[in-house]
Design a protein around this ligand. Structure first.
Ligand code: C5P
Length: 250
């Protein structure tokens, strides 16, 4: 596993909490960078941010001292994804997401491209995280798309194929972490979105749980957006999440 960016055994709480910045202007992003005040190591910049502001926004986040997870959710033929991964590596991404549904060859070629490109620019390759089944989908949604075996079985199958193809980490709902660890062990990272604090709205997330459950069950990272960024006093949810994590790791 390439882990120049994170040492698995010594993950600190500030490494484990990844804040998802889903806003559409540079000013809002900068304001969140200040409010978060480097209490976490990594910001996740995804489709809304990058299509609104362009890829320079990655450099902006890094200039505040954050690592960046580029939530590109890539899925295309292997050659196209490989070229995109090379470009994202040159942009300085610390981690990148792609859809496991792109298949084994797409993942292994992406892995090779990340390594080749990072060697060429003398940096660490970004960690590749495979999105299994979006946490906004439930069994009814999957059924209507032809996935008849349900989300747990689909997540496990996709994760097994992806880990075998060289992915560094798996993205799934907190509810699937335990089964994933039981079936596939601990040789790969798990990051879970779909995190909600008690009293939070579920919004569009259908398979959500708490930071405590996610970490207790074996997730390495939790990805939290609106439960932090929509709050007036950002320190409060961060404090709650950190103390839930510490309790889960006791
Ligand atoms: O605001 P919230 O905490 O729901 O944000 C979750 C973030 O994680 C969003 O940016 C979303 O795109 C992302 N994500 C997800 N489910 C996945 C993969 C990524 O919700 N399976």
């Amino acid at each position: 596993m390439s882990d120049g960016n994170y040492e698995r055994k010594i993950l600190k709480k500030e490494d484990r909490l990844i804040v998802s910045i889903d806003v559409s202007s540079k000013q809002e992003m900068i304001s969140l960078c200040h409010k978060i005040n480097n209490r976490v190591s990594t910001l996740k910049l995804g489709l809304e941010m990058i299509y609104s502001c362009g890829t320079d926004i990655i450099k902006t986040a890094k200039s505040f001292g954050y690592k960046v997870m580029v939530d590109a959710k890539l899925m295309d033929i292997p050659n196209t994804v490989s070229q995109a991964i090379s470009a994202i590596t040159r942009l300085g991404a610390d981690s990148v997401t792609l859809h496991c549904l792109g298949g084994s060859k797409m993942i292994s070629e992406a892995r090779n491209s990340a390594k080749k490109e990072s060697d060429a620019i003398n940096s660490f390759p970004p960690l590749l995280f495979g999105v299994t089944i979006l946490t906004s989908l439930d069994n009814n949604d999957l059924d209507s798309m032809g996935f008849k075996s349900g989300f747990l079985s689909s997540v496990l199958t996709l994760a097994e194929m992806s880990v075998g193809s060289g992915i560094d980490g798996i993205i799934c709902s907190p509810n699937e972490v335990l089964s994933l660890r039981e079936k596939l062990g601990c040789s790969f990272y798990i990051a879970t979105p779909g995190i909600r604090l008690a009293h939070d709205e579920a919004n569009d997330q259908k398979r959500s749980s708490t930071p405590y459950d996610a970490i207790k069950n074996g997730a390495d990272f939790i990805i939290v957006g609106r439960s932090i960024t929509s709050k007036e006093k950002i320190d409060e949810p961060i404090n709650i999440i950190f103390s839930e994590m510490e309790r889960a790791l006791e």
